[in-house]
Structures are given as C-alpha cells and as structure tokens.
Design a protein around this ligand. Structure first.
Ligand SMILES: C[S@@+](CC[C@H](N)C(=O)[O-])C[C@H]1O[C@@H](n2cnc3c(N)ncnc32)[C@H](O)[C@@H]1O
Length: 266
C-alpha cells in the first residue's frame, strides 16, 4: 500500500467515522451492505475471496443469510483492519479465514475462487491493471467479480463546507478515487472481464448533527496530510452548526454503486 493509504487504514478509526455517518443519516432505509450482498448470486457451495475487506461489515451485516457452504477468505493489506474484521465477526457462527493480502500480489492458485469481492478499494491500489489481472487469475473460468465504488460527485456538498479552509481540497479528494469510479469502471474492467453490469444505489445523507459530520470530514486522508488548526476546526464546527440551525439539516449527495462481471477466461 502507499504510505498515505496505509496510514489512513492503520486502524479502523477513520473508516468507522464514515460508516457511522452513513448508518445514521442515509435516506435509503435499505442498508448499503444488505443491498451489496443481494448482488452476490453464487451457488450454495463455493469459495469466496474478499480483498480490502476492512472491518468486514459486509459479513457482519448479512450474518443471518450466509449460506453454510460458502468457504470465505477475508483479506486486507492492513493487519490492523484485519484484526478489527476478526473481532467484528467473533460472534458470527459462520467460519472465516483471515489473511493479510496486498491485492497486487494475491497469494492463491489460479482459478481458486468462485467469486472475488473488492468493495470501495480498487481506487486505492497503485497498480490497478495488475490487481485486475490478479483478480481474474484467481477466479475460476466464468467466476464472479463484484466491486463497489463511488461516483465522481460523491459527497460534493460536504467537501464544499471545507473549501474555504483548504481551497482545492474537493478536487484533491476527487483525484483519490478517480482511477476507479462509477463513471470509468466499465471501461477498465472490460479489459479483463465480460458481462459487466453496473448497479446504482439510490441514496443521500440528511445530516442533523454537527459532531458526526465533523468527524467524517476530519477522517479524510487529504485533511490528515494538512490538518486543520484548532481555530479552523472550531470555525468549521460553527459553520456546520449554523447551516443545520438555519436549514434544519445538511443535504449531501451520495453516489455509490457496484459492478458485477464474469471472468473473461473460459
Ligand atoms: C474504504 S476501505 C473499504 C473497506 C470495505 N471493503 C468496505 O467496503 O467497507 C478500503 C480498504 O482497502 C484496504 N486496502 C487498500 N489498499 C489495499 C491493497 N493494495 N490491497 C489490499 N487491501 C487494500 C484498506 O486497508 C481498507 O481496509
């Protein structure tokens, strides 16, 4: 992993701050991870590999419907994240294997898996073609790839709040996910996979509390490189509070979705 990405995901604290906002203030009552799981159409007995599994919320959220015959390996390049994933699933009856894996060099045999999952992580990898080739290699012929990501305008209204303090920040945040987003994902996947389908998750945020949104903003990789001073942080906090008082809430555009595809090697 690049240093900035490794630092961002050393522990789950930054990811937790963002998941908390999505969990509390999303307008779509059907949870994101339930919706993601709905797209995993797999046989009752199969092998599944997740790359960049983070805190394993896909599996914790869907623990009531994991088929007994699924042999699931959860992996992440961050040992800290993997420890959180293990803890999050400690009370789940289904067994899981946990492995530290850099998606750029997947340590499994060709054709080992019926499905590979890579949610909200492909935009982090330095060498995306290498990861796509690796995912295809470890998939069985016709195996399933599922990968979620964001759209280019995701969270625009939130980043606009920070713009007065860090001009150009919104553009720098956009660049962080620009190498694999909903708009350009099909073209990149098409080199390695067939039958690519895109699914969009209809959602938004209506945020009515200051502190969770402030924590989300402060968790950003770009802001951790150029942290806000105490005075700037207080000014941002006041601005968020004033907007919520004046308008009742801050409305934020969420743009997220996923691609499902099949191994093009038959
Ligand atoms: C935004 S989080 C997504 C976590 C989880 N998939 C989810 O959707 O909640 C990105 C994850 O990708 C991991 N990651 C980043 N670069 C990676 C790489 N090259 N190989 C494997 N995992 C990586 C990070 O450690 C982090 O856990």
């Amino acid at each position: 992993m690049q240093n900035s990405v490794a630092q961002q995901y050393q522990t789950s604290a930054n990811l937790d701050a963002r998941i908390a906002v999505h969990a509390r203030f999303s307008t779509n009552p059907y949870p994101w991870m339930r919706w993601v799981f709905d797209h995993l159409t797999l046989p009752p007995v199969c092998r599944v590999l997740e790359l960049g599994a983070g805190t394993a919320s896909l599996w914790a959220t869907n623990q009531d419907r994991i088929p007994a015959g699924w042999d699931i390996t959860l992996s992440d390049a961050s040992p800290g994240m993997l420890a959180q994933a293990r803890a999050a699933l400690s009370a789940v009856a289904h067994p899981f294997a946990f492995e530290v894996v850099d998606a750029q060099a997947i340590p499994y045999a060709d054709g080992a898996f019926d499905a590979v999952i890579a949610n909200h992580m492909l935009y982090h990898v330095p060498d995306l073609p290498r990861v796509l080739a690796e995912m295809r290699r470890v998939l069985k012929p016709d195996g399933l790839l599922m990968t979620s990501t964001v759209g280019a305008r995701a969270m625009a209204e939130m980043w606009a709040l920070v713009e007065p303090f860090r001009p150009g920040l919104w553009e720098r945040v956009r660049v962080l996910t620009a190498n694999f987003n909903l708009e350009n994902g099909v073209a990149q996947l098409a080199v390695y996979f067939k039958g690519i389908e895109r699914f969009d998750y209809a959602d938004g945020l209506i945020v009515t509390e200051v502190e969770p949104l402030l924590a989300y903003i402060l968790s950003a990789q770009t802001l951790q490189k150029q942290p806000l001073s105490q005075a700037e942080r207080l000014a941002l906090q006041s601005e968020i509070a004033a907007r919520i008082t004046a308008e009742g809430a801050i409305h934020i555009t969420k743009v997220a979705g996923l691609f499902v595809a099949r191994n093009s090697i038959t």
